[in-house]
Design a protein around this ligand. Structure first.
Ligand SMILES: *Cc1c(COP(=O)(O)O)cnc(C)c1O
Length: 450
């Protein structure tokens, strides 16, 4: 199978090429040229384990990797998850299920993609014989998941920039306490945008990119979207047959990365009901899905920091389908968006609904869910617990372990959530490599750590 760019000015890429490139050279995002149909396959997938299901699904797209090798890759990727089901589906009531996506090494859903991506990088190093320098900027969860996907992998050095003092203390520990010699956690002064700018400047220097074989790790890699499709299919197969057609998946989101995967499964013929985009007070996606209004505002920090986003980077993939796969129009709309124009679309009459949650409400919801079902949720997942569809089953995607956000959860429930992984981290020495927010300093540092 080949992958094309949403902006139409990139030659078709194979799966491995698209994964390696991350962003398409024309600035667009990769998508499968054609979506395969799942309709005839779903019934036969019911009895598979999670890694088996992932291998079956991913080999439809990464057809240049033999199926046997896919099975080895996914078995390895999900081996370190601390639940035998990998993604357990918990029933809170007849109407509400929770899909726990935080049993991976960094206790958030990004491990589903980044554990796999680390192995795909490793495979590439083995095949090409060339070492790889992986570089990214993070506001917290993506960076730590990327580090845990790459740590200890032969031939890979990983460099993650983050805004000094602006990531959660436990997130910093997840990046800086691995003890792995190939991991470099780099705090830089300023905000996430400053860290991101330095990374972009490094990638702007083509000579440097070739010299160190630089690869980008971020939230727009096609491997991320495809790896995430698997848990929607997994959850759907675990529901009672009579509710599958109407179930609503409820997804706490900011970048549109997670919910897009579910929607693609529906496009490929998984018959489910609808999707609800659940935002925090940074509600650009809610405004889009409820009113057709798409305009970036100021980011307001919230209890759910991984959703504090005003430019939903994966949204372009949905836009491509919404604009009838017209790549010229995608280019035009992205141009206007970049110029800060306020865009009005017809209100999407699709299978999407949306809700938004005020920051003050988040702790109240954590308290209420604890009171009603003796179940503890994190502040991102809390954003999903409003406006449940009536008379239908909802599956809430729980994106992080409550133990990652001890303060707000303790305030709401009266007890501090603990997790052995995090307790272990608190005891380890922190190793960071502070640098100025300048590409020259970062390039020199990367060169000095081959
Ligand atoms: C990254 C993240 C999100 C948001 O993911 P999207 O890509 O915006 O869908 C939500 N919750 C947690 C815990 C995250 O780490």
């Amino acid at each position: 199978m080949f992958f094309i760019s949403t902006r139409g000015q990139t030659r078709p890429h194979t799966f491995c090429e698209a994964v390696e490139a991350g962003l398409a050279p024309d600035g667009g995002l990769f998508l499968p040229e054609n979506l395969p149909s799942l309709a005839g396959k779903l019934a036969g997938w019911e009895k598979l384990s999670y890694p088996e299901l992932a291998a079956e699904f991913l080999s439809l797209f990464g057809s240049e990797i033999p199926p046997d090798e896919w099975h080895e890759l996914t078995k390895e990727a999900y081996r370190r998850f601390d639940a035998p089901e990998v993604a357990p589906l918990k029933k809170l009531s007849d109407q509400i299920y929770v899909l726990e996506l935080w049993h991976g090494p960094t206790l958030a859903f990004k491990d589903f993609a980044l554990q796999l991506l680390g192995l795909l990088y490793k495979r590439q190093v083995r095949l090409s014989g060339k070492k790889l320098a992986v570089l990214g900027a993070t506001s917290g969860d993506t960076g730590s998941a990327a580090i845990h996907g790459c740590m200890g992998q032969e031939g890979i050095q990983i460099f993650i920039l983050y805004p000094h003092g602006r990531v959660a203390p436990l997130q910093e520990r997840q990046m800086a306490c691995t003890g792995a010699p190939n991991v470099f956690a780099i705090p830089v002064p300023g905000t996430f945008d400053d860290a991101q700018r330095v990374v972009k400047d490094c990638f702007g220097d083509q000579e440097f990119v070739r010299e160190v074989n630089l690869s980008a790790v971020n939230s727009i890699n096609i491997a991320r979207v495809l790896a995430q499709c698997v848990y929607y299919i997994w959850a759907w197969l675990r529901l009672p047959a009579e509710v599958r057609d109407t179930v609503e998946f409820v997804v706490p989101t900011g970048n549109f990365g997670n919910v897009l995967a579910g929607w693609l499964c529906q496009q490929m013929g998984m018959p489910c009901g609808s999707f609800r985009v659940a935002t925090n007070q940074n509600d650009i996606l809610h405004r889009f899905f409820s009113q057709g209004d798409y305009q970036q505002g100021e980011v307001k920090p919230s209890h759910a920091p991984s959703m504090d986003i005003q430019a939903a980077s994966n949204f372009e993939r949905y836009l491509y389908f919404m604009l009838g796969r017209d790549q010229g129009r995608v280019r035009e709309v992205m141009q206007r968006m970049k110029a800060g124009e306020r865009l009005a679309f017809p209100k999407p009459a699709s299978s999407f609904r949306s809700t938004r949650m005020d920051d003050e409400t988040i702790p109240q919801v954590i308290a209420q869910v604890w009171k009603d079902w003796s179940y503890v949720i994190d502040p991102h997942t809390a954003c999903a617990f409003t406006g449940m569809a009536e008379g239908r089953v909802s599956v809430v995607l729980s994106t992080a372990s409550p133990a990652k956000f001890p303060e707000v959860v303790q305030t709401a429930t009266g007890s501090e959530p603990v997790h052995p992984t995090l307790e272990d981290l608190k005891a380890r020495p922190l190793r960071t490599h502070p640098l100025p927010a300048e590409d020259k300093a970062v390039k020199d540092f990367i060169r000095a750590h081959p």
